[in-house]
Design a protein. Sequence first.
Length: 450
Amino acid sequence: MSAIAVPAFALTWWLACYLVGRDPARPLLRRAALALAAYAVGVAVWTVRPDVAAGQVLLCVPALLWAGTAVALLPALVPERRQIDLGWRVLSILFLLMSVVLPPAGRLVVLAPLIGGLVLLWRFRDQVEPRMLPAALTGVAVLYGAGLVVLLLPIDLGAPGLVLAAIGVDVLVLGYLVAVADAVDAGERLRPDLSRSLVAAVAGVVLAGGLAILTMLAEPSSTLIAVLQFVLVGIVQTAIGLGGPVRRMLDRVGFLYDERLRADRSALLLLAEALPRHRERHRLIVTSEQEFLRFTRRALDSYGDLGRLMRSPLTDLPAVDRRLTGRAIEQPLARAFELRAVLQEAVVRLRPAGAFAATEDWRHYAALYYCCILGLKPHGRRPRTEALEREERRAVDWLRRQIPRRTLRRWQDEGTTIVAGLLWDELVRTDPRWLTRVPPGKRPTTTRST
């Protein structure tokens, strides 16, 4: 059993950490990571104490979390998405409690939310990217459900370890599909970054996992040793999956009194993480208008995060090229700074003439400039207003007191569409040779029509 359980635990735990490390702020990645982590812990519990019901419950938890993942994959503009997400949270708690108190066969009720989430995903499948994602998720979810049925019902198809391994493969594929969906949504490359992390994870399985298996085989009756081996393998895979955050944490401790060195290394680490995830430059010219809108929305949401901006395809905009000279044109960090300036200028173009007024004429500018550019959170628990100018305080007070959260988000979406339209019009009117970084003195003045 340990020869199957340790690799299954190690790989699923690594992929959970990898998904969180891609973007901890995204609910989609957090839910997928929790599903993988629940399976990994369930395998460990099943291996150490197969007679304990906690192992079965933990193996059922991924079904609930994958239902939430399907909800997170719904298009952002679905009107009922907030209510759907709230309903999933409530139902997940109820079904989790049911799985705890019901017998093994009754725990299959956790498949009901998963089915509901997949039905919703199919309902809006024409707005989901990539287009094959609903079908792929459904196929793998069916295999996961079948494995859960075999595991919980009195069906004898061989050793339980083989069924656990089959479920592990399904969960890993589901995690991979979520990583693909996230990369497509952000306009990033996935293969180089995932391949590098996977190679390190396999090395961790061979080295740490191999030693753990041998130790557990040598002491098969020791529960403590088995638990410690799983903990050791988990620590190794966490360090691999969360490589960037772990290195930054070590820098904060190791260079506690050298702030400048920490800042320099932080910039280098952000660059190292961004390079394998940035798309090829020529891909921007073949981007559809809908994709361009999605990239603009992500860039505005990530305005204060240089690491995310360095990975954005919009760093290759001609407007960014025109602001750079010399070697700076090839430096991702410099391009991220200039992309930030381009986005700010586009948002400022939405500002109405005259002094600020709490009217609908200011809705798009206020929703983008104060919330995205300045990073203010009017509906936060404690919105910071101490260091703000008078106009900024008035705007935050207006948005907090008179504008509901949902309306503010709608204004941001509308404003983002306008900003994306401005940048898109400039892109399609630009000669394609801008995108090959022709030297300034040799750039032609012809334009490309839409």
